[in-house]
Design a binder for this molecule. Sequence first.
Ligand code: LLP
Length: 443
Amino acid sequence: MSQSVTTQTEQGLYINPEALTAHLPELHYQNNTLHMEQVSITEVVKHYGTPCYVYSKQAILDVYQAYTDSFASLTHQICYAVKANSNLAVLGVLAQAGAGFDIVSRGELMRVLAAGGEATRVVFSGVGKTYSDIEYALNQGIGCFNVESISELTLINEVAAQLDKSAPISLRVNPDVDAKTHPYISTGLKDNKFGIAHEDALVVYQQAAKLSHIDIVGIDCHIGSQLTEVAPFVAALDKVIELVHSLRKAGIELRHIDLGGGLGVRYIDETPVSIDEFANALLPKLSELGLTVFFEPGRSIVANAGVLLTKVDVLKPTEHKNFAIVDAAMNDLIRPALYQAEMAVIPNVLPSNGINTESTEPWDIVGAICETGDFLAKDRLLSLSTGDILAITGAGAYGFTMSSNYNSRPRASEVMVADDRHQLIRKRETVEALYADEVLWQG
Ligand code: LLP
């Protein structure tokens, strides 16, 4: 029988590292030391120091493959959501595997192209596309704009006319479905800024059909992120399908339906639906439509392919709380501070006497930034010493991409491993680079 991952005691939460890694692809203990694929984390730290993000190439490819296998019975395109992890090496691995991409800025499109991705396999989401974003995307031959407002539609038509091109578009429909996730990452409710209200969509499509430089190719929706249940996806799909039928009646034929991203992952002991279960729930409805199906998964492809490695610099036990001050901070990984996200913290090296809840102390794992909100985890039962290396799991998505230079902290290095090889895929920033573009007042 498998061991339980967590034990909640009065002092705090104990996460059993071995039970946790049993659920994580490509992460395992070998001779008591954490390994990613065949590479020892100790080796990674020796080469690249900390803080450092490490990603498994195989783990990324396996999830991508699981999506394509699960939807193999339909013509489909997996457009990886670049915002989750936009390192060129990650994009390159996915581009080589045949992925398309979901982007939200000109910058992300430039990254995709630099990594060898094809513009025709890119969908461009986002509520605030500018003239120059649209111009650049059209010139590159973008696959589709996911349009979020009437004014955006008008602007795209205008830019396309200037360039004497036809712009492929989908409307991003807001189906008003509760994704049952954290409010900051819920996007499909009518209170959210995203998309065009479901009830207005038909009229907007009819307007779009009259525009000279617009080519209607699809319909799109994305209701939120870290969804653990399938029901909200099904509810959203039902609403989008209703619209597809109304559009057909109105003489507007689509080529694809895009269901966005959002599938959740297991960070500690969540039980999100698997990709297979997700596919099984959607496939019967999708196959009747006869349209190409697009998905825009981000987190589910990369979250559990990555860890953030950090070193314990200072142990500061106080009368009320024990603080372990580590060399990563909220600028490196903001998810705990921003979304109260609970992410697992596990030791690189397991103590030789074995660990259990009795040999541990409750620790808050905090950074060195001057903010009380600067924490990576709270009340975790761990057995810690100064100099220990800790791995924060699930950090492959929305980790590095959301990092900043707050407190003039250079951003972490990033490393990719494949089999027994490791490679630096982004070198640690230098402090000098942080102010290289700043100029002293010349007055
Ligand atoms: N498509 C669109 C239009 C999106 O806005 C998003 C994410 C995705 C796809 C990918 O969703 P995913 O498969 O990754 O759930 N920073 C937050 C997550 C923000 C998600 C924003 N949109 C976090 O760390 O939890």
